[in-house]
Write a protein of this length. Structure first.
Length: 383
């Protein structure tokens, strides 16, 4: 059985402070935010004595996850931040029982973060359907179809280190690397309990990485961009179907045939490749959308999960009665959850700022809570 997993993630977001005296307070706000997001204790967070690269502050949050603050200035004039999650960090997220869908959704909505790199991997630890050398043989025969502009693959490594087959490069927007994970681990002196372990690793960069993350969030919600309509289960099943479909789109191995390179699309897919990919359908990465408010983009998902969203809607329109009537307790919970949390108040204000509405602080939120209670007493809302 194939294992599909997140293997590397990097997100960037704005460092919304121009006042040097407020930097430590701003840093503490971000640390409090990630403590909540990653279920961290204070003892797990280790500040580095110096920054990393072009970032002034570096914090090791837990194994495989680093937070970098106050980095290069972006096009809007803000310093930037980065959360880097390596393979070890991805496993740490799963070990802590954190839901991937909500984790990604919160980064995209609450921090308005953009993904700059996204790696997803498929691990074959059996080799009972198709082996590494069979894949290489098909590539050498040019019996395949790929959506990479450069159809030629590169081979790296050695017999001792293990070989890797690579399409694309770090300078492009996507890569596919197929390599011998077992030999890689043994060469590094690490244990490998498997007789066979080959990894199919798909790497996406820049804007394409951000679109893949959007597609993954949709896949967790049972929505995949197939060429034809098909029902998909939510959760890990949706992620699994999306991942295998993505690999199929990147590499389609063909049966033996006499077609030219340009006409390989006419040949049938190799049956064992279809079996290996669990009869997946090819999926296309979503196309860039016109820029729009990030909260509105994920409105349907946020509505189900974040009481704070109800609060923003109330502030935006005091006549938003129907939503508040149906979710009255959640509306008040939204205030209670953020009223003593500067990081969450900042998140709320980022939305209000986008909407060109008046920003709030703790006293204003307390006044707002009283106003909501009084108004909905008049509407006879039960609470």
């Amino acid at each position: 059985m194939l294992e599909k997993k997140h293997d590397y993630l990097s997100f960037t977001f704005d460092y919304e402070s121009f006042d040097t005296q407020l930097e430590l307070e701003m840093n503490n706000n971000y640390l409090e935010y990630f403590k909540d997001l990653l279920k961290l204790s204070d003892e797990e967070i280790t500040p580095a004595s110096y920054g990393k690269g072009r970032f002034e502050y570096l914090y090791h949050l837990c194994p495989g996850i680093d937070l970098k603050l106050k980095g290069p200035i972006n096009g809007e004039g803000y310093y930037t931040c980065q959360i880097e999650i390596k393979g070890e960090g991805c496993r740490e997220i799963e070990r802590r029982g954190i839901d991937w869908r909500m984790f990604l959704l919160r980064l995209k909505t609450e921090l308005r973060a953009k993904c700059s790199r996204c790696d997803v991997a498929i691990d074959d630890k059996e080799g009972n359907i198709i082996k590494f050398n069979e894949v290489k043989e098909k590539l050498d025969k040019h019996q395949f179809v790929t959506n990479f502009k450069n159809k030629d693959y590169e081979i790296h490594g050695s017999k001792k280190k293990g070989y890797s087959l690579q399409f694309g490069s770090r300078e492009s927007t996507q890569m596919l690397v197929i390599y011998d994970k077992k030999k890689e681990r043994l060469y590094k002196g690490e244990d490998c309990p498997y007789d066979y372990w080959v990894r199919y690793e798909m790497r996406f960069f820049h804007e394409k990485a951000d679109r893949v993350i959007d597609d993954i969030i949709n896949a967790y919600n049972g929505k995949i961009n197939y060429p034809e309509k098909k029902e998909v289960e939510k959760g890990d099943t949706g992620f699994s179907a999306y991942t295998t479909g993505l690999l199929y789109q990147l590499l389609d191995l063909k049966e033996d045939n006499n077609y030219s390179d340009e006409n390989q699309y006419k040949a049938e897919t190799l049956p064992k490749w279809k079996e290996f990919l669990e009869d997946a359908l090819k999926v296309s990465i979503s196309k860039p959308e016109p820029r729009k408010n990030i909260w509105l983009k994920y409105e349907n998902y946020i509505l189900q999960t974040l009481p704070m969203y109800l609060l923003t809607k109330y502030i935006e329109s005091k006549d938003y009665y129907q939503l508040a009537k149906e979710n009255f307790k959640s509306l008040l919970d939204g205030i209670d959850k953020i009223i003593g949390d500067k990081a969450k108040i900042n998140q709320l204000n980022s939305y209000l700022k986008d909407k060109k509405l008046e920003l709030v602080d703790k006293p204003k939120l307390l006044d707002l809570k009283e106003e909501i209670i009084e108004r909905y007493k008049q509407e006879e809302v039960p609470f």
